[in-house]
Write a protein that binds this ligand. Structure first.
Ligand SMILES: O=P(O)(O)OC[C@H]1O[C@H](O[C@H]2O[C@H](CO)[C@@H](O)[C@H](O)[C@H]2O)[C@H](O)[C@@H](O)[C@@H]1O
Length: 264
């Protein structure tokens, strides 16, 4: 007697019908180990289906390869705009609604103040945009909110009179009282509630670099209180693999949360 229990799996059609046998009846026997692997694979495919869908949809304002999508880029853009109307088209209403109120400006960085580019280290802010932000900050308290490391976004924006909220708000600093364009954005940290996690996040960063190094085009960015794994330059065929690699690292860190952005 053996403790190996064989399981018979019949090949089933997607909508529930059993495939008619073509030559021999389709039947396979699996050891418990095989079955466990099969179930893990199935679970991975199910869990990753939504991840892959959202990975595909994660860059609404840009399509790197229009031939792989059924909608022309202009249609995708206009359908996105229907759900995200420009504030400029409602300027009068905004002005009316803000009468007697304190206005504050909250600005995203990537894709808002800078164009989306393939290399995150080269997402430079155009000079005209910097001048516009400087003007706005003269009139209203102005904050830049970003998933980036605060120092990194400061090195792009280079305006000292602003609030900077880096690492998705885990690292916030306001302008110092004697705010001039020479304080490097480094004084007076106001809010860093997750400092105790820094060693853990550094460990995760290293593990992700190691894990994804075989995937061409993958890039891991250390954003101090969070880590970004970029797949903008990764072949779509490898997206499931990179998603699984990230998940496998994060499984060891239940206190950390996995979220998605634009091709990150
Ligand atoms: O601040 P968010 O708008 O939430 O974006 C967070 C990510 O921004 C950066 O990545 C994005 O811009 C890159 C440069 O254009 C682009 O290559 C990437 O595909 C975009 O997701 C930043 O590099 C990431 O670390 C942030 O997570």
């Amino acid at each position: 007697m053996t403790n190996q229990q064989n399981v018979v799996v019949v090949d089933v059609k997607p909508h529930g019908g059993v495939k008619p046998p073509l030559s021999l009846p389709v039947a396979k026997s699996f050891s418990p180990q095989d079955l466990k692997l099969l179930l893990m694979k199935k679970r991975f495919e199910t869990e990753n289906a939504w991840v892959l869908d959202s990975m595909r949809a994660s860059s609404p304002t840009r399509i790197s390869n229009p031939t792989t999508t059924s909608l022309p880029e202009t249609d995708v853009k206009s359908s996105w705009i229907v759900h995200h109307p420009s504030a400029l088209n409602m300027f009068e209403q905004i002005v009316t609604a803000s009468k007697g109120k304190q206005i504050a400006m909250f600005l995203d960085y990537d894709g808002t103040l800078s164009p989306i580019v393939e290399d995150p280290d080269r997402a430079f802010m155009p000079r005209e945009m910097r001048a516009a932000v400087r003007d706005v900050a003269r009139y209203f308290p102005t904050a830049i909110l970003t998933g980036r490391c605060r120092d990194k976004v400061y090195s792009f924006v280079k305006l000292s009179g602003l609030y900077y909220a880096g690492s998705h708000g885990m690292d916030i600093k306001g302008p110092s009282k004697s705010s001039k364009d020479n304080n490097n954005g480094k004084q007076g940290v106001l809010f860093q509630p997750a400092s105790e996690f820094l060693p853990m996040i550094d460990e995760v960063y290293k593990a992700l670099v190691e894990k994804t190094k075989s995937i061409s085009g993958a890039k891991v960015e250390n954003n101090k209180f969070c880590v970004s794994v970029h797949y903008r330059c990764v072949d779509e065929k490898s997206w499931a693999t990179i998603a699984e690699q990230v998940r496998s690292v994060l499984n060891h860190y239940p206190k950390l949360k996995l979220t998605q952005g634009r091709k990150v």
